[in-house]
Design a protein around this ligand. Structure first.
Ligand SMILES: *Cc1c(COP(=O)(O)O)cnc(C)c1O
Length: 364
């Protein structure tokens, strides 16, 4: 009997549940508040920089993304040897898993739950062991329990996704002091927060910080992210990286965006102002919402006389979808099952959303 491709494949791959990204609808007319993209275009310098590469597409890109590494290092006051650029920060998260995770218990990964749901998928590809510590509704970082886990690497999204909460610096320092392995702080949303942990890199040689151009820089479509760490860790990641992991257009576009920090500051300020107004509007409706240090909020919808519940959250999710507004629902975890994650869009998009929410609240 000949075997099917599924039977020929490694069993852990056949059994794998792939990561499910938020949907990208085709056709217009949608208000997209489901994947934390920027509602504004990237810096106008990006288009020219990308166009300038069109005449050089027959040539391979710079294998190290060297100009981008140098610019990133200079901006953060680090050496170029402390920077690696990836095809999105997801590429770098994958490299970290491939370097540090294996089926052995000593090379397990530690994470919080809920967290970025890509981490366990990348671990499963390595047949690694995940050790999770659950948050309670307070969203206080469970430092003592995380520090007690046996693992070679720990992943923490900070500020957190999907709740949007920022962790106090003292808690992050306690985690770094106590955890006996590599600590990855996934700072995908840090530009919308008050502080970063970059200055801790020189104090903690096992710290890795990952960043992305997909959120604050408005370049989700280009796929560029970077990681900052010791030269030793960057050297390990470079060993498993694809030689040309970031294409020519992406390197040029990301560099142009990075060099326009004034534009970044402008759009981030706009998103934060919209976020403040939106948080007030949710509070006025009596919805429990975490304080957000990101470009999204996590809120627990309520109707007159009813407490938040998974049924109510799902009902609003469906109602909004029927009205061409996309948000995100995470039903797999009790902490998030009675809420929705809503990306901060433009002021007018948030107005439309609130109008829809108010119609929904009156129909039950
Ligand atoms: C969006 C996101 C990323 C990924 O970003 P890319 O650079 O687009 O791959 C990483 N981590 C978290 C927590 C994110 O939300």
């Amino acid at each position: 009997m000949s075997r099917t491709p599924n039977e020929l494949a490694q069993p852990h791959i056949s059994a794998l549940h792939p990561y499910v990204p938020g949907s990208q609808p085709s056709g217009g007319g949608w208000i997209k508040l489901n994947t934390n993209e920027l509602p504004y275009p990237p810096s106008p310098r990006v288009a020219d920089a990308v166009a300038a590469e069109f005449g050089r597409l027959q040539l391979y890109p710079n294998p190290l993304s060297a100009p981008l590494r140098a610019a990133i290092a200079a901006h953060h006051g680090l050496e170029a040897s402390q920077v690696i650029v990836g095809n999105g920060s997801d590429d770098l998260l994958n490299l970290l898993m491939r370097v540090f995770v294996s089926p052995e218990n000593a090379r397990a990964i530690a994470q919080t739950f809920p967290s970025y749901s890509l981490y366990p998928v990348l671990v499963a590809i390595q047949q690694g062991v995940v050790r999770s510590v659950e948050f309670d509704e307070s969203m206080v970082l469970p430092v003592a329990r995380l520090v007690g886990l046996e693992a070679s690497i720990l992943f923490l999204t900070t500020p957190n996704a999907p709740t949007g909460v920022a962790f106090p610096r003292a808690d992050l320092v306690a985690l770094l002091e106590g955890f006996n392995g590599v600590v990855v702080l996934d700072e995908a949303y840090v530009d919308f927060a008050e502080e970063s942990s970059i200055d801790l890199l020189n104090r903690f040689p096992r710290l890795v910080i990952t960043r992305t151009f997909s959120k604050s820089y408005g370049l989700a479509g280009l796929r560029v992210g970077y990681a900052l760490a010791s030269a030793e860790i960057i050297g390990l990641l470079d060993r498993v990286r694809d030689s040309y992991n970031v294409n020519r257009l992406s390197q040029a576009g990301a560099l142009a965006a990075f060099q326009d920090q004034a534009y970044l500051a402008e759009v981030v300020a706009k998103v934060k102002a919209t976020r403040s107004r939106f948080l007030v509007a949710l509070a006025e409706r009596g919805w429990e919402t975490y304080p957000s240090a990101t470009n999204f909020v996590f809120t627990r919808p309520r109707r007159e006389g009813c407490d938040a519940s998974p049924e109510i959250a799902q009902d609003l999710f469906r109602y909004l979808q029927e009205n061409r507004i996309l948000v995100r629902y995470f039903g797999s975890c009790s902490l998030t099952a009675n809420g929705l994650r809503i990306t901060i869009g433009t002021d007018s998009e948030m107005e439309t959303l609130l109008q829809r929410i108010d119609i929904w609240r009156q129909t039950a």
